[in-house]
Design a protein around this ligand. Sequence first.
Ligand code: PEP
Length: 253
Amino acid sequence: MTKKLIVGNWKMNGGLADNASLLAALLAGLHDSPADVAVCASAPYLAQLQALLRGSALDWGAQDCSAHEAGAYTGEVSAAMLRDFACRYVIVGHSERRQYHGESDDLVAQKAQRALAQGITPIVCVGETLADREAGRTEFVVKRQLSAVIHAVGHCASEIVVAYEPVWAIGTGRTASPEQAQAVHAVLRAQLRAASAHSSRNRILYGGSMNADNAAELLAQPDIDGGLIGGASLKAADFLHITACCPRVAAGI
Ligand code: PEP
């Protein structure tokens, strides 16, 4: 069994004071966590995360990066800039970016490539809309989204984290059932296995209204290697509860 990974996606929330108290509460509660844990904040707060979390049990990351290396792209933040703040992770292809900013599969794939080139692990989000699910297109959509990234990153495919986030479950309070989530995770696992001989390194997270009440059952599914948590990551007690739901993996496994 792989050690689970729990990542908080703060989205466009937070502020210097709120972040400091949330991080203090997380650090106080994270001793000897059974999971790897990280939080992803908006770019202006990455320096704060680096200062407060360096050497701690909590990793940090960003919520997006540019598909470009550098240059005349006003407002964009490059993967190299994220590296300056020692980000371990960057979320790419979140459905809110695909939906509100028109990000295509190819653009998301370029972002994943940029992150890997800087030694940052991209957390690649895939997921179907409600209309896709109702039309029986879930598998087709998530495979298409992941396939674009796998092709772009080539032999680095085993270095990505995938987050299955059904769009209809994000921020809606409507969670995929453990069976629905497991079924899609199994499809993604098979796709990653076919792409790389080292796919045992890939972790596939579930995201979409995961909370303190439903986390244990979701995290007990064989192909769910952790969670990408939005709303519940802003409440220290709930986020810590989710991390504590993860089974402990013996060292060396
Ligand atoms: C997310 O934004 O990645 C997410 C899963 O949000 P929520 O947990 O609020 O549904």
